[in-house]
Design a protein. Sequence first.
Length: 345
Amino acid sequence: MPTAALLSFRLGGRDGVSIEAAKWAHALGLLGWDTVTVAGSGPVDTVLEGLAIDATTPPTPGELSDALAAADLVVIENLCSLPLNPAAAAVAAAVCAGRPALLHHHDLAWQRPHLSHLGPPPDDAAWAHVTINELSRRQLAERGIDAITLYNSFEVHPPPGDRDRTRATLGMADDARLVLQPTRALARKNIGAALELAAELGATYWLLGPAEDGYGPELARLVARAACPVILGAEQPPVDIADAYAACDVVALPSTWEGFGNPAIESATYDKPLAIGPYPVAAELAAFGFRWFPSDDAAPLAAWLEQPDPSLLAHNHDVAATHLNLDDLPRRLDAVLSALPTALT
């Protein structure tokens, strides 16, 4: 059985890269691959702390070579896409030179304003590049790198969550509205816009993830000024993602930038209306046929909530099932593997 090693800063968490990497690992397993995980942190097979985003010293080439020794294929999950640990990325590129690798790009440097001056990721004749949207594929092509777009995939019939228990845990009355933002707190997540939306809807706002990248003080300021009740986090007591979606009435994703924006599609699979911001990839996803509400104008969503139309939710569910179905991922990933320049053994 061939072995694929998934390599990243961190794996096994709730961040988008970890979630999608786990889906790829499952799909590879269905295609007959054994998989191992190597990362700077997380519940992985091999922890190399020098790969972590905040590491001060990268792993040595020997350490990384040993961790990847059994791999017939290396799947590099965003490590060489965003320069969050450039030294570790350089080691990974050197160690993987000349061997089959898929560089799975969730974000690219120039897509972040403070990194817009940086150039493309490394390239090698033995590698294939995979993007999660067409925008990134075109931008790589403009920089001389050919890539294949493979959109994120989703379980279209996820396990149902427990709405009543979760809302009781949160202290929510049966008839109270709850707006869920199932993201971390970062500047690009546009938390302020979601708070304003919840206030205009007369709803409670629930932010599922933690503050990162030094955003804690700004989050505290926004919450202190919020004109609606606010719930932060899902750890005390623990709440899983299915319960969170079951408990809410609206999903908010007012981001200014997302490489993909998984909650946009998860809202459809969990049959919830979505208020979304005009980040560039959102328009690309909307072209599949989704019917969403704007996050900067509460009126259309408020009218829908007063007289819900289940056909909108059914339509969005069907679009997700047709175009972004997790059941189709093994077939689509197999086509990507076939495009590798270097034959797999």
